[in-house]
Write a protein that binds this ligand. Structure first.
Ligand code: CUA
Length: 307
């Protein structure tokens, strides 16, 4: 397609072709009706122009026509809705086995960290053919992580986690943009995604290995903040044990429950009294302001590693 239409970015992810198909369908439907309407306007203007001896006569509706122009658009928009929803759903749900990479946006750079420890700024190295899930947040304002060649774009929001995922299909270097106006140097908040052969990626990763994985860094923060004073390996009266909590259902005072994900762990650290786990007292102080966004992600990586 890109040979025919050089206006389009490269396609380098598993969903890129499907996004383009939907886009071309929308474009074709819009173009068809726009051309039809303009052609009919021109035709009728000539066909029914004012002529001597031919008075206009009124038409008082046509049920068949009304039904046709209700049902045809209805079917078309339902196709768009169903197609778009299916694609959105596929795009919103990362495969379970996806490689997780943590992203923090700030004015004006992208900070990325691999679970094994290596950090990158405005660069992201990923293996080809492997699903990669980005868990993103922002230190300040809203940014948006946009890789046109992958046809993915997702806002990174302060105070919460959003995710997006992709499976790169072709080795190469692709543009990374911030797609949300975020201040004077928004236009400079750009970077590159390097898609590598899995073997090359593993070599890159071990070359960059610092010996300190995110989980290990998180463990050190956990201990330096004395979190282990209350959260021990066994339940204590002061705080629940954290082993295996990630992905498990947590029941709160009042009977509500939630599946513990990154967002829940984050809330429990920065706003621990928002929801109290059944059987405990609201005694935990907030750590808002004491841990940076990067450290929060490391703490979460540590808690996730406790199985
Ligand atoms: Cu960050 Cu625009």
């Amino acid at each position: 397609m890109q040979q025919v239409l050089p206006l389009f970015p490269e396609t380098a992810s598993s969903v890129a072709g499907r996004v383009d198909q939907l886009y071309f369908f929308l474009l074709a439907v819009s173009a068809f009706f726009a051309i039809l309407i303009f052609a009919l306007v021109a035709y009728f203007a000539v066909r029914y122009r004012r002529r001597a001896g031919q008075p206009a006569h009124q038409i008082h509706g046509s049920t068949r026509l009304e039904i046709a122009w209700t049902i045809v658009p209805f079917i078309l928009v339902m196709i768009m809705f169903g197609w778009g929803a299916a694609l959105y759903y596929k795009n919103a749900n990362a495969p379970q086995d996806a490689l997780e990479i943590y992203v923090v946006g700030k004015q004006w750079m992208w900070k990325l960290q691999h679970p094994e420890g290596p950090r990158e700024i405005n660069e992201l190295h990923v293996p080809a053919g492997v699903p990669v899930k980005l868990i993103m947040t922002s230190e300040d304002v809203i940014h948006s992580f946009f890789v046109p060649a992958f046809r993915i774009k997702q806002d990174a929001l302060p105070g919460r986690y959003t995710t997006e995922w992709f499976r790169a299909t072709r080795v190469g270097t692709y543009h990374l943009f911030c797609a949300e106006y975020c201040g004077t140097e928004h236009s400079g908040m750009i970077g590159s995604v390097y898609v590598m052969e899995p073997a090359d990626y593993n070599a890159w990763l071990s070359n960059r290995a610092t010996g300190e994985s995110m989980a290990l860094a998180g463990k050190q923060i956990f201990e330096s903040l004395s979190c282990n004073g209350c959260h021990r390996e066994r339940e204590t009266s002061r705080g629940p044990a954290l082993a295996g909590v990630f992905g498990r259902e947590v029941v709160f005072e009042g009977g509500q429950s939630v599946t513990a994900d990154e967002g829940y762990l984050r809330e429990s650290i920065v706003n621990p009294r928002a929801r109290i786990v059944m059987g405990y007292q609201p005694v935990m102080p907030t750590y808002q302001g004491q841990v940076s966004e990067d450290q929060l992600l490391q703490l979460i990586a540590y808690i996730k590693s406790l199985r």
